[in-house]
Design a protein around this ligand. Structure first.
Ligand code: ZN
Length: 149
């Protein structure tokens, strides 16, 4: 494994151990439940909206290290973003993990989220990495639940 991959793995393990925004939001404006039956990941995403801006975002649930770390970093990435910016990140993340976006060659706003580019090599893990993003997208669009199957 290359040093770069080890660095990426450390980031994922660290977020799994200490997930950010791992809580519920009692007066959430939007929530959605996401399930990845293939791996057993299940999480709920909570959103607090200030007009068009995601003013707070949190998640709860259980799952593998990749799904939890991805949810943790998703909350950090979309907090404070407006709907359009957040949807663009969702789109870019989805394209990165499915191989439709070349993060080195094409413009993107993924930043730290690039640590998940490696899941492309592990098809079973793509759904783990993208679950929190699909669930966030569902909440934002007032869909109560999603399943990756
Ligand atoms: Zn998983």
């Amino acid at each position: 494994m290359s040093e770069l991959n080890e660095l990426y793995q450390d980031t994922i393990l660290e977020h799994n151990k200490n997930p950010r925004n791992f809580r519920d939001i009692e007066d959430a404006d939007k929530t959605a439940d996401g399930r990845n039956p293939l791996c057993g990941d299940a999480l709920r995403v909570y959103l607090k909206m200030d007009n068009d801006v995601v003013s707070d975002v949190a998640f709860k649930g259980s799952g593998c290290a990749i799904s939890k770390a991805s949810a943790s970093m998703m909350t950090q990435a979309v907090k404070g973003k407006n709907r359009e910016e957040a949807e663009q990140l969702f789109d870019e993340f989805h394209k990165m993990v499915t191989g439709e976006l070349d993060i080195e060659a094409e413009d993107n706003h993924l930043g730290k989220l690039r640590v998940f580019a490696g899941v492309l090599e592990f098809p079973a893990r793509v759904k783990c990495a993208s679950l929190s993003w699909h669930t966030f997208h569902a909440a934002l669009n007032d869909e109560a639940e999603i399943s990756t199957e």
